[in-house]
Write a protein that binds this ligand. Structure first.
Ligand SMILES: [Zn+2]
Length: 509
């Protein structure tokens, strides 16, 4: 994943900083058609009524929980090239067919495969204390048998960058920055740079290995994994050549080191040791596998539009997940929510005007490979609106448009169906339609974000605790209600959405 992609990817997290939506949600039976005052300018009453029915059906049981339970049971370990990758593809293809979508197919996504093997850390200077660590995604290995060396502590990635190479050479580096909790996930971007780029700085300065405090808001003993990035090239270059050239070991000629995250409990303990000692020595042994070039698949389901079949509304989530948990939250949930929403639309007596595609994207976590592969294959088609589900736990916070100024009132009209559910409306920040849609957004795809709640999301993100235990069926139904209404109306809307002019802003933030 390029630094630029990371920047774009994280910009949405810092971008949505409006007031939290009114958390009070009415029970399903009280939800009304919407704020009727002023009538509707962009949709017929029949269309609004249909959207309201979709919402109501979702709230009374959308089936998303069952879909998610099936996925995480059939294919709990969905790292590309991992044990259940092929099972996940087979499951999704069969599920899309079972749900009655008009067209279902899969498309290959090729990338450099990576697998974790083992990661061990002992504080040899202090009772040989053993710490709980996990390799960062795409981490190289330390030399066989590990390394034993003095540890140098930096409070932040920036402090590591500013340090003289002589402070790092021959040492193990510990970066202790803590991610801040926020309902919009704003703490992620400033913290995650340590995970993404710390390894390259350590290697550049002659360090032996990298340990970071987990990029997470919890105080648990679960370390958080997540991808390292290997080059600082722009998204355009990545788009051109997305077939495994960002090999995890030495990518784009960039040096790297073995890198792992400490659980936040153990990061606290290591910091406490540093407060009491002038010298800390550790033994760190990180071993991982380069699987070589592997092929996984995007799974695509389509409802073909009744009158404008060549105009495509695109949605989905990413089906791959980190290997420590079962990826129920990140992002099995996104796949289940959007699949259930499209199923509700499929059950209507008539197809909407436009085509709706739901995509279970491959290999997002390790570098947005599925999104790039889709854009490469379909970038020339007429995608008119996009929204992916890949952030948040529980109910939604707000709808954020990612369309031109003149189309904002159209989305506000759609939002009137969501207001009674307690979903806020926030046109004041740039909307981020989703990580796998980045290449399409860069080429002018308009869309929106249904921003999730990040308050507790990063307690579990990329950890062993990302399992069905986190998932609330009612909250999934609530998500499906919003997605179904939005997708249906976007597919029916008579006009054309244009992308917001702020795309460049998203890119550089
Ligand atoms: Zn995700």
């Amino acid at each position: 994943m390029t630094a630029r992609i990371l920047i774009i990817l994280f910009s949405f997290l810092v971008a949505s900083c409006g007031e939290p939506a009114d958390q009070q949600t009415r029970p399903a039976e009280d939800v009304v058609i919407g704020d009727q005052a002023g009538g509707y300018n962009y949709f017929t009453i029949a269309e609004i009524r249909t959207a309201a029915k979709l919402r109501q059906r979702a709230l009374s049981g959308s089936g998303a929980y069952e879909i998610l339970e099936e996925l995480t049971t059939a294919a709990p370990s969905r790292l590309p090239g991992g044990p259940d990758d092929a099972k996940a593809v087979a499951w999704a293809e069969a599920k899309f067919r079972e749900l009655g979508f008009d067209k279902v197919w899969i498309e290959p996504v090729t990338l450099q495969g990576w697998a974790r093997k083992s990661a061990i850390a002992h504080v040899t200077s202090h009772d040989n204390l053993e710490f709980n660590i996990t390799s960062l995604g795409k981490s190289a290995s330390t030399p066989e048998g590990g390394v034993t060396a003095e540890v140098v502590h930096f409070a932040t990635f920036e402090a590591l960058v500013a340090a003289d190479a002589s402070e790092v050479e021959g040492k193990i580096v510990f970066i202790s920055n803590r991610m801040a909790r926020a309902n919009n996930g704003a703490g992620y971007r400033p913290a995650v740079i340590a995970r993404a780029r710390g390894h390259a700085e350590v290697a550049k300065k002659g360090g032996l290995a990298l340990l970071i405090r987990s990029i997470g808001t919890d105080d648990s003993d679960n370390p958080h994994t997540g991808a390292m990035s290997f080059n600082a090239d722009g998204i355009a270059a990545a788009f051109q050549d997305r077939t495994g050239n960002d090999a995890w070991s030495i990518a784009y000629g960039e040096k790297t080191v073995g890198a792992a995250a400490l659980s936040n409990q153990d990061a606290d303990a290591l910091q406490a040791i540093f407060e009491a000692s002038d010298s800390v020595t550790m033994h760190v042994d990180i071993q991982n596998l380069d699987l070589g070039e592997i092929t996984t698949y995007n799974i695509i389901g389509e409802l073909t539009g009744s009158s404008r079949p060549d105009e495509i509304v695109i949605t989905g989530g990413h089906i791959d997940a980190w290997d420590l948990g079962t990826g129920a939250m990140d992002d099995g949930m996104g796949v289940a929510i959007t699949t259930a929403a499209v199923k509700l639309i499929a059950d209507l007596p008539e197809r909407p005007a436009r085509t709706i595609r739901v995509i279970a994207f491959a290999a997002e976590e390790v570098g947005l490979h599925g999104g790039f592969a889709y854009a490469k294959a379909h970038g020339g088609e007429d995608h008119v609106f996009g929204i992916e589900s890949d952030f948040g736990l529980g109910k939604l916070r707000e709808l954020i448009p990612a369309v031109s100024e003149d189309a904002v009132p159209v989305l506000r009209e759609i939002w009137r169906l969501m207001g009674p559910m307690g979903i806020g409306w926030n046109p004041d920040v740039p909307g981020f339609p989703g990580p796998d849609l980045i290449p399409l957004v860069q080429n002018g795809l308009p869309g929106a974000a249904l921003a999730g709640d990040g308050t507790y999301y990063f307690d579990h993100h990329h950890t062993a605790s990302d399992t069905m235990a986190l998932i609330d069926a009612e909250a999934l139904d609530y998500n499906v209600a919003a997605y179904a209404a939005l997708l249906y109306l976007a597919a029916e809307y008579d006009g054309r959405f244009e992308a917001e002019a702020a795309t460049e802003n998203n890119q550089e933030n």
